[in-house]
Design a protein around this ligand. Structure first.
Ligand code: NIG
Ligand code: FE
Length: 430
């Protein structure tokens, strides 16, 4: 995948609005005809429109609906008219990734297959801390060089917005470098990027036995990084091998003091009531949530916290405890799905694949899965300008070479994304 010549051509050949006779300034930049749409612009279902049309201008959607409902002849409406088949969905939103990192942990994977647990490896100084070592050894350009292909792979399979966390620097410069690389990936690929400050991811070796002192550092770094425009949200790893609820609370207070939204790696390996803590702080999402209690689910529902399911980590860690889906459904907690792309627990480079894993392991319906990777994922990032196909929303969408949207939760692998548009620009084409 490249930011294709296509995109540049589109930009280069698009006449300036004033060149278009008659309707100067009014014509849309693009119009797609004939495909079916899954708009997701509905409380339930796919929001299907058959033999549809989708128009956009200046990066925003101008028309969504049946082809025969267009207000004029296609050529009169848009500069670029494309007739095609397949299905168009909103661009996928990957609302939880750690894709900025260096090296890999394939050797650790081998050890786990031989019986070592994720916790044992972490407690022995491996796991997250081994990636910290690799990241600290990289300058910004090298970190970008290693991370970009992962973002490209996600984009090529339909992701148009990526959340990226820090959390492998665990010192001021390292965290800053990771967040800067996340922003640079956005500039390089034209993809939507949301950054999350996750310095409370693991305790760095130099703070052994001094977790509270480390958390105080984390709290001090935050306003400095925020002042550089590097932080959109704040996260922590609240877990026996991570940080306590009290330490997490301290980080959340620092975030709220800056008006930054919070989210959490919550209740992944044990129930520390992490999801309820997010609810208490009016946060965006509780992520993982395998061990979340009924009481916490109620708190999430009351506070509108999204449950972010991460089936890649569940799969790779060979977990057996499934998140409380029935309870989420019963209480009306919105569910999102993300890759959790990271070198330890989820070396997963396709959000569509995460959708498949969520259907297989958690019995999500493909419809819930697609909602989870679009409209609910946007909500988990606090974004209301994307995640559905609606007039006025960002023209982020994907044309899939499929006969029905359920195929997005069905195929393992394959080459389904025929075209990916971000802000009305085609950035990927097969
Ligand atoms: O979401 N649980 C903590 N964080 C990551 C794993 C990071 C790693 O192992 O490098 C997760 O699973
Ligand atoms: Fe994670």
């Amino acid at each position: 995948m490249t930011i294709s010549a296509e995109t540049k051509d589109l930009r280069a050949t698009k006449p300036a609005a004033s060149d278009a006779p008659g309707t100067a300034g009014e014509r849309w930049d693009g119009l797609i005809l004939g495909a079916s749409l899954a708009t997701l612009d509905c409380a339930d279902g796919y929001g299907e429109v058959r033999n549809a049309a989708l128009g956009w201008r200046d990066g925003l959607i101008t028309y969504v609906g049946p082809r025969d409902g267009l207000p004029d002849k296609p050529e009169a409406l848009a500069h670029d008219v494309i007739t095609t088949d397949g299905w168009i969905t909103p661009g996928l939103v990957d609302c939880h990734t750690h894709l900025v990192f260096a090296g890999d942990r394939a050797r650790e994977f081998e050890l786990r297959l031989q019986g070592a647990s994720y916790e044992e490896i972490a407690r022995a100084g491996g796991g997250i801390l081994s990636t910290v070592e690799a990241v600290r050894a990289c300058d910004e350009d090298e970190l970008l060089r290693q991370s970009l292909p992962r973002a490209r792979a996600l984009l090529a399979d339909g992701a148009t917005t990526l959340e990226m966390k820090s959390g492998y620097g665990l010192d001021f410069e390292g965290e800053r470098r990771m967040l800067r690389v996340a922003r640079r990936i956005g500039e390089e690929l034209g993809i939507g990027v949301r950054t999350t400050y996750l310095a409370a991811h693991a305790l760095p070796a130099e703070y052994r036995e001094q977790a509270d002192a480390y958390i105080e550092e984390v709290v001090q770094w935050l306003p400095r990084l925020h002042a550089e425009g590097l932080v959109d949200a704040v996260d922590a790893f609240c877990e026996g091998i991570g940080f306590t609820p009290a330490q997490t609370r301290r980080v959340f207070q620092a975030a709220r003091a800056l008006d930054l939204p919070v989210k959490l790696h919550a209740d992944q390996l044990s129930d520390l009531s992490g999801a309820a803590l997010v609810a208490e702080f009016g946060g965006l999402s509780a992520d993982h949530v395998e061990h979340t209690s009924e009481e916490s689910v109620r708190a999430m529902a009351a506070a509108g916290v999204v449950a972010v399911l991460l089936p890649g980590a569940f799969h790779v860690l060979r977990e057996t405890r499934v998140p409380p889906l029935a309870s989420f459904r019963e209480h009306g907690v919105a569910m999102a799905i993300a890759t959790d792309c990271n070198p330890g627990t989820s070396p997963l480079l396709s959000l569509r694949q995460a959708l498949q894993l969520a259907c297989t392991h958690f019995r999500l319906t493909p419809q819930e899965g697609l909602r989870g990777a679009t409209v609910n994922a946007a909500r988990a990032l606090g974004l209301d300008d994307r995640g559905a196909l609606r007039v006025g929303m960002r023209a982020d969408f994907v044309r899939w070479k499929i006969r029905h949207p359920a195929e997005l939760g069905y195929w393992l692998g394959g080459d389904l994304a025929g075209g990916v548009w971000i802000g009305g620009q085609r950035v990927h084409h097969r």
